[in-house]
Design a protein around this ligand. Structure first.
Ligand code: EPU
Length: 331
C-alpha cells in the first residue's frame, strides 16, 4: 500500500481548508498493519478520520491520515435482542434506514445525525433523549500500540455525556461497532420535542425526528457546520443559586440534583445569533451552531474556528461565570 496526497476541504463538516500529505483508505486489519509499518518507517503518527462532522481539521496534516472503507453489516439473533455489527465507514443515517427496513428498534431518536458509524461512539452521539451508548455492546478496534485487534466492552468505552475513552486514546482505531438492538418498538418519548407525538412504528419516529432536526439545525449542505459547538453545561444547585445571572435562563434538573443549562440559550441571550467572527458565524437558526460563512467561494480555516471559540468562551464566562466545554475535537 502506498499513500496519496489528498485535499480534505470537502471531506470535513465545516469545509475547512485542509490537506494531507499521506492519506490511506483501509478496509481490513491487514491494511492497518501495513499502514502502521509505513508510519513507523517515516516516523509519523496515525490520525483516523471519519467524515469530519465533529472534527476541526487543520490546514495541513503532517501525520498519516487514514479512513475506513468498511461498509459491512452482520446480523445475529440474540434472544430478545438482535446483535448487529456495523462497519466504521457506514453513514450513520444509512444505518437508521437499514434498521427501519429490517425492523430493528432503538436508534430512531438518533435519526438525521451526520457522520459515520465509526465516529458515533467517540462523542457518544445523542439526541432527543437517547444516546448510542444505550445500544452498544462492544466496539471493535485496532490498537496501534500493540498492532492487534482489540474488542472493548461497553463499560470499557467509559461513555458519558458526549464523552468516551476514544477521545483520550489516540492508539485506538475503531473498525466496527457492535450494537444490541430491540425486537419491539418501545420508543423513548420523554424529551420535550417528542412528548406530544404518538407513533405507531419506527419509520414514523425517524421521519419526525428528521423533520425536527431540519427545522432547528441549519442544513449542512448550504451552511457547513458541526452540530452543537459547545456542550450544555451542568452545575451544582449551590452554584446555580449563588449566580443570579443564571436565573434568567431555562434550567433543567438532572438525575443527581445538578442543574443543566442550555449553551445555545446563553449565546442567544447575549445577542450573538447571526454574529460573524472572521469566516465563522453563529447560525441565525440556532446560536450553538457555528457555520462556515465563507462557503462555497471563500476560505475558512481551523484558525478562524479557534478565534471564534475563544471569543465565545470569554463572552459566556464574563457574562454568566460559566466556562463552556467544546464538543468537536481539533485534529
Ligand atoms: N435555544 C435558544 N436559542 C438558540 C438555540 C437554543 O434559546 O439559538 C434554547 C432552546 O429554545 C431550548 C434550549 O436552548 O430551550 C435547547 O435547545 P435545543 O432543544 O435546540 O437543544 P440543544 O441543547 O441546543 C441538544 C444537543 C443536540 C441535540 C439536541 C436534541 C448538545 C450540546 N446538543 O442541543 O446535539 O440534537 O439537544 O436532543 O447536547 C450535537 O451534539 O451536535 C447536537 C446537535
Amino acid at each position: 500500500m502506498s499513500p496519496e496526497a489528498k485535499i480534505l476541504t470537502n471531506d470535513n463538516g465545516l469545509h475547512l481548508k485542509s490537506e494531507a500529505k499521506y492519506f490511506f483508505d483501509f478496509d481490513s486489519i491487514d491494511d492497518l498493519k501495513k499502514i502502521t509499518d509505513f508510519a513507523k518507517k517515516e516516523n509519523k503518527s496515525i490520525q483516523i478520520i471519519g467524515s469530519g462532522t465533529n472534527a476541526i481539521f487543520p490546514e495541513y496534516f503532517s501525520d498519516v491520515v487514514i479512513r475506513s472503507t468498511n461498509n459491512d453489516f452482520t446480523l445475529d439473533d440474540a434472544g430478545d435482542r438482535v446483535s448487529l455489527s456495523v462497519g466504521a465507514a457506514v453513514v450513520w443515517d444509512d444505518l437508521i434506514d437499514f434498521c427501519v427496513n429490517k425492523g430493528l428498534f432503538g436508534l430512531g431518536n438518533l435519526a438525521g445525525i451526520p457522520g459515520t458509524v465509526g465516529a458515533a461512539p467517540v462523542q457518544n452521539i445523542g439526541a432527543y433523549g437517547e444516546e448510542i451508548s444505550n445500544f452498544i455492546d462492544h466496539v471493535e478496534c485496532f490498537d496501534l500500540d500493540t498492532n492487534n485487534q482489540v474488542r472493548l466492552s461497553k463499560s470499557e468505552c467509559k461513555f458519558g455525556y458526549r464523552k468516551s475513552i476514544f477521545q483520550e486514546s489516540d492508539n485506538l482505531i475503531i473498525v466496527s461497532v457492535g450494537l444490541s438492538l430491540l425486537k419491539k418498538f418501545e420508543p423513548k418519548l420523554h424529551y420535550q420535542d417528542l412528548k406530544d407525538h404518538s407513533f405507531t412504528d419506527e419509520g414514523e419516529l425517524v421521519e419526525t425526528v428528521r423533520n425536527i432536526r431540519n427545522r432547528k439545525i441549519p442544513d449542512p449542505k448550504d451552511f457547513p457546520n458541526l452540530g452543537s459547538f459547545f456542550k450544555n453545561p451542568t452545575i451544582t444547585k449551590e452554584e446555580y443559586e449563588k449566580n443570579s445571572k443564571l436565573h434568567e435562563l431555562k434550567s433543567y434538573d438532572s438525575d443527581n440534583g445538578d442543574i443543566k443549562l442550555s449553551a445555545g440559550e446563553m449565546l442567544d441571550k447575549l445577542g450573538l445569533k447571526g454574529l460573524q467572527l472572521k469566516n465563522i458565524g453563529l447560525s441565525n437558526k440556532h446560536a450553538l451552531i457555528l457555520i462556515n460563512c465563507a462557503y462555497p467561494n471563500g476560505v475558512c480555516t481551523a484558525d478562524d474556528v479557534k478565534h471564534a471559540e475563544n471569543y465565545l468562551l470569554n463572552k459566556v464566562s464574563d457574562s454568566y461565570g460559566i466556562t463552556l466545554e467544546r464538543e468537536p475535537i481539533y485534529l
